[in-house]
Design a binder for this molecule. Structure first.
Ligand SMILES: Nc1ncnc2c1ncn2[C@@H]1O[C@H](COP(=O)(O)OP(=O)(O)OP(=O)(O)O)[C@@H](O)[C@H]1O
Ligand SMILES: [Mg+2]
Length: 313
């Protein structure tokens, strides 16, 4: 096991943020960590890397439970934080070189690793430009380069693709896959289902500091295969009683996303008529479609929220 969290409890003041959380990160995997805003993802990462103390529970890094945060273990971790942490007044190369120094790289090896990290994120041509000039996507890529320059065994990425252009995003996803193929184990936090589907070998969904489920994307979706997703676009969403729909037998989840009412229900159980008549009491119907569930619905079923926090219950 590369890392294990067992029974982790973490409070900030009175607020319980991690609630007996368990998580195993296995050698060679890309583990996708999904959870709505405030679920505790960043806190979990901070506990795992020793940046925050835990109130209860045990942490193991590289099979070391006695002294998990020993320098020799920390040196084997790369962390891409949610907030970009580079020096804008330095060039791309100077930034990476700085981090290489922190990790104790020296001489020729250091030069070579800096060059490789630049290439890896596609910034070689911009090596001598100051980060202050960079776009959001370039900054993200630089941030990643800084955290992989020492060739970590475990790379932890906390929402590395938020707010960037599609090209940089693809670049990052490809780089993550390549790193993984070279033997790096990866914990990848995101709100984007497509990213998890594209790269993760397994997914963990957390909500309110608890692990709700874990499995491959296929396994998680298969668990809800007997369900369907009904999307109904309406003229007056505010006039519709979600409670009334939710009370129907076989209806599992009702969410309002903008002008759309999204209902997750047992497939083919004849509830459509009843749902539509409840809606028609308050609003007109503009369009409707019924879909097979996907990972987004696994998440919705478990947490009552959408991945991008657009929905409300
Ligand atoms: N230093 C802190 N002091 C007090 N409360 C905190 C602190 N850090 C986090 N919290 C609270 O803990 C909860 C979990 O926060 P955390 O940042 O771990 O969530 P997250 O899953 O990473 O969310 P996001 O998707 O928005 O990044 C939130 O309610 C947050 O307000
Ligand atoms: Mg976070």
């Amino acid at each position: 096991m590369v890392a294990s969290l067992t029974g982790i409890v973490k409070r900030y003041g009175k607020k319980l943020v991690l609630d007996y959380t368990d998580l195993d990160i296995r050698q060679g995997e890309i583990l996708g960590l999904l959870g709505p805003n405030g679920a505790g993802k960043t806190t979990l990462i901070k506990c795992l890397t020793g940046m925050e103390n835990v109130d209860q529970g045990t942490i193991e890094l590289f099979d070391d439970q006695k002294n998990p945060f020993h320098t020799r273990n920390k040196e084997r971790i790369g962390l891409v934080t949610q907030e970009i942490s580079v020096f804008v007044e330095l060039t791309a190369k100077e930034n990476i070189n700085f981090f290489a120094g922190i990790y104790g790289l020296k001489g020729e090896k250091r030069k070579q690793r800096v060059q490789e990290a630049l290439e890896f994120v596609g910034l070689t041509e911009h090596a001598k430009e100051r980060a202050a000039k960079f776009s959001g996507g370039m900054l993200r890529r630089l941030n990643i380069a800084c955290s992989i320059v020492h060739e970590p065994k475990l790379l932890i990425m906390d929402e590395p693709t938020v707010g960037i252009d599609p090209q940089s995003r693809n670049h990052i996803l490809e780089a993550v896959k390549k790193l993984n193929q070279r033997g790096t184990t990866i914990l990848y936090t995101t709100h984007y289902m497509e990213e998890v589907e594209a790269i993760a070998s397994e997914v963990v969904i957390i909500d309110q500091g608890q692990v709700m489920t874990r499995g491959t994307v296929q396994e998680l979706v298969r668990n809800i295969q007997h369900e369907e997703k009904i999307k109904i676009e309406v003229s007056h969403p505010e006039m519709i009683s979600l409670d009334q729909i939710e009370k129907l037998v076989d209806v599992k989840q009702v969410t309002k996303i903008g002008n759309e009412i999204v209902v997750i229900a047992i497939a083919g159980s004849g509830h459509l008529d009843r749902i539509l008549s409840i809606i028609k009491e308050g609003s007109g119907i503009i369009s409707m479609n019924v879909e097979k569930p996907d990972l987004e619905d696994v998440f919705l079923t478990l947490t009552g929220r959408t991945l991008r926090d657009g929905g409300e219950k």
